[in-house]
Ligand binder design. Structure first.
Ligand code: NOJ
Length: 760
């Protein structure tokens, strides 16, 4: 094959040439080092800068701009990567431009936001995290990678590992919730899933993003300033990023925000000192979309040229969409503001990624029409999507066992999300085709069968606020606004003639995700009116929620007997929700994010600290609100089942341990209800006195166990010294002798405890 010959020739030359560019790693040189060194020797500065340049294609846009002449740029060797282009035919066409027309025939790397599935869409990442099923999340990423790689893609801009505690931020939907320990496990599972055991053509390179601190933007307003302490950075923000380095992630993306005055994309300390040197990360670092250009707005540089210098000198290897490297880097080198060695270091990392993906051996390795036909949206992939969707759902309330529903009688299915396809696949669903998603109405009909009469009514618009609707529809929304009075009347008629009412309400997908911050996180007013009217009928109501963030649900919780959180559950959403509603599947999801009672409580998360004046209703001068309790409506780790579980007090095998010891914790969990079911048994610790204050509880382990009705199981955990470590007063990661507590329970609030001591 044409290209194979060229790459072999390059390897052959590499072996016979003397005077390679200095290898990054110590001798002996690997084949990859030899190949990349040899190639770099032949490259001009312009060609090198080309490898550091990435443009979006015109197939899809995920940001504000497009470079009109990007195809010409490819053919001139001025582009290293294209994103937002997929299908074997289109990526082959673009790849040919690079491989056939450029002097050194270097292939492009194709990236895309494959966030929760490629064509088969899985639940949004926050939803998936509620499954607490690491194997399922790895599998979902693996299927996404198999479909994406069959569709011409090499690289996904995922996982997003930003710990986030502000539900006003729309991008909370893209992460794994608020907890550092669980977030780190999930981050690893997702990298493993995307990248698999090797880049054999059926996997993709993962990209850990957004490095770092994006989840801590002020006021939950997207792209806003971040100002956190070193302690928050090291204890809360960085661990999931480090976990993905340990899992061998191939690429990193910087975040849009500044941290303590320095935008991440210019943050040498973060990108070079911590990531590349301290963590020994050997992949490459891409910016976020035009993040270099945006530094001029941040105000840390005077113009784009300076921004480019700040970025490359900080350790950035690829400029996403900004053209800043392309426009100015050569001049900056000429002026001595950027060293050729710095550019070489970046080029080497990018070429190594292409080598590892096998693109030099075969640039069309991922353009396989046959695989695309058989693998994309296969029956097996859809089955997996349905299964993971069910696992992601969280039963928030089930008073007097309104759920599961009987497969007889009549059901009124009401709400803007009841017969809606577009919203099922949620935000950041990239190449997902919403026309193929299963609505709740179709799911209910299929699962309940002909014995159930289903009376459907839309009931309300997502929102009657024209400005919100216009914003949704300008970004791919499909919102149609009907006459609210007529909708309400149809809903009341449907409800009156039915035994049970299922209300499908929440957010439209465009109200979540990037650039979708909300100051009010309740269900929109148009739908609240519908809920209030339905409530007056006094009939049993099941609230089925679809949304991408925690919502404030105090009124709903006080007035409706059953509430099921389904997030945006993906292509198979309707079937999966119906499986849960009718008891074909017993829900076992647990929240990975706290649901506040009011937006005024934010930030609210389970591993908060105590304060010097813990809340006391009898003491005015204690830490509390006048108008609301401090507690969340639904705490982290919370979720019900159709069955019930009891726990014994945790038993520890030692009262005192040394740093070298292991502490065994056991607890017996019994299924005391009338269904078989799964339970997520959670283990938390507290370091009672530390050289710096410690959180009240910190998750350290969990087990998801299946118990038949009436069955008991002894669940065993082992704690080691590593579980007790934190950054001490001198920012040393260590444990400190003293008293500890262990908590075991079904969520972060409802636990039983035991004590032990760590001695020197
Ligand atoms: C901007 C987003 O912040 C990032 O997450 C995404 O990967 C890029 N755009 C590319 O679409």
């Amino acid at each position: 094959m044409y290209y194979r010959k060229i790459s072999c020739a390059l390897v052959a030359t590499a072996i016979t040439l003397s005077g390679f560019a200095q290898p990054k790693k110590a001798a002996p040189q690997s084949k990859m080092d030899q190949f990349v060194s040899s190639l770099m020797q032949k490259m001009t500065l312009d060609e090198k800068i080309g490898q550091l340049t990435q443009y979006t294609s015109d197939m899809a846009l995920t940001g504000p701009s497009i470079r009109a002449g990007y195809k010409e740029d490819i053919q001139k060797g001025m582009v290293g990567s294209i994103f937002n282009a997929y299908t074997p035919a289109y990526t082959r066409q673009l790849q040919e431009m690079a491989v056939k027309n450029t002097r050194l025939h270097i292939p492009l790397i194709f990236g895309y936001d494959v966030i929760h599935g490629h064509k088969t869409i899985f639940p949004i990442p926050l939803g998936e995290s509620s499954s607490w099923d690491l194997a399922a999340m790895e599998k979902s990423a693996h299927i996404a990678a198999a479909e994406a790689s069959a569709d011409g893609l090499h690289w996904t801009f995922a996982p997003m590992v930003d710990i986030a505690r502000d539900p006003r931020w729309g991008r909370i939907a893209e992460g794994a919730g608020e907890d550092v320990w669980l977030g780190s496990q999930i981050a690893k599972a997702r990298v493993k899933g995307f990248q698999g055991a090797s880049f054999d053509g059926t996997t993709v390179m993962a990209c850990t993003k957004h490095f770092a601190g994006y989840g801590f933007i002020q006021g939950g307003r997207d792209y806003n300033v971040v100002d956190v302490s070193q302690r928050t950075l090291w204890e809360t923000i960085l661990p999931p990023f480090k976990a993905t380095v340990d899992a061998g992630v191939g690429s990193f993306m910087t975040s849009f925000n500044e941290i303590a005055g320095v935008p991440s994309t210019a943050n040498k300390w973060l990108v070079t000192d911590v990531l590349k040197k301290q963590w020994k990360y050997d992949g490459f670092v891409v910016t976020d979309y035009t993040a270099i250009n945006e530094m001029v707005n941040h105000g840390n540089v005077a113009n784009e040229k300076e921004a480019g210098e700040a970025a490359i000198n900080a350790g950035i290897d690829m400029d996403m969409q900004g053209s800043v490297f392309a426009k100015y880097l050569k001049q900056s080198v000429g002026e001595g503001k950027v060293k050729v060695q710095t550019i070489d270091e970046a080029v080497r990392r990018v070429l190594e990624a292409k080598y590892k993906l096998g693109l030099f051996a075969d640039p069309y390795k991922y353009c396989n029409e046959d695989r695309a036909k058989t693998e994309i949206m296969s029956a097996a992939n859809l089955d997996a999507a349905r299964d993971i969707a069910r696992k992601s759902m969280v039963l928030l309330k089930n008073y007097q066992q309104v759920l599961p529903l009987k497969k007889s009688g009549s059901i009124a299915l009401i709400g803007p999300l009841a017969n809606d396809q577009r919203d099922m696949i949620g935000n950041w669903s990239g190449a997902g085709d919403w026309h193929k998603s299963v609505t709740l109405l179709d799911g209910i009909k299929a699962v309940a069968g002909s014995g159930v009469e289903v009376n459907y009514a839309k009931g309300a618009n997502f929102s009657d606020d024209k400005s919100i609707v216009a914003q949704m529809n300008s970004q791919g929304g499909e919102l149609v606004n009907d006459d609210p009075e007529a909708l309400l009347k149809q809903a009341m008629d449907a409800a009156r003639k039915s035994d049970v009412i299922v209300l499908a309400v929440g957010e439209s997908q465009g109200m979540t995700g990037e650039a979708a911050s909300r100051s009010d996180i309740s269900i929109p007013e148009s739908q609240q009116r519908l809920m209030r009217e339905i409530y007056t009928l006094g009939k049993p109501v099941v609230l089925v929620l679809m949304n991408g963030r925690p919502l404030t649900l105090t009124w709903e919780d006080a007035h409706f007997p059953a509430i099921l959180e389904t997030w945006f559950a993906g292509t198979e959403a309707g079937n999966a929700i119906a499986d849960v509603l009718f008891g074909n599947y017993n829900p076992a999801g647990k929240l990975t994010i706290t649901f506040p009672r009011s937006v005024g409580q934010i930030p609210l998360y389970y591993d908060m600290k105590k304060t010097g004046r813990p809340a006391d209703p009898n003491n005015k001068y204690s830490s509390k609100y006048l108008d609301i309790s401090n507690d969340p409506l639904y705490p982290f780790g919370y979720g019900l089942s159709y069955t019930t579980f009891t726990y014994t007090q945790p038993v520890l095998d030692k009262k005192t341990i040394k740093a070298t010891d292991k502490l065994n914790v056991s607890v017996t969990v019994t299924n005391t209800g009338s269904y078989d079911g799964e339970e997520v048994v959670q283990l938390y610790i507290r370091d009672v006195v530390g050289s710096v204050t410690r959180p009240m509880k910190q998750l350290r382990n969990f087990q998801k166990v299946f118990l038949r009705k009436g069955e008991s199981k002894e669940i065993k955990f082992t704690l080691t010294n590593d579980d007790l470590k934190f950054y001490d007063a001198n920012m040393k990661f260590t444990s400190e002798p003293g008293d500890f507590k262990v908590f075991v329970g079904s969520n972060s609030r409802d636990t039983q405890e035991a004590d032990f001591k760590l001695t020197l």
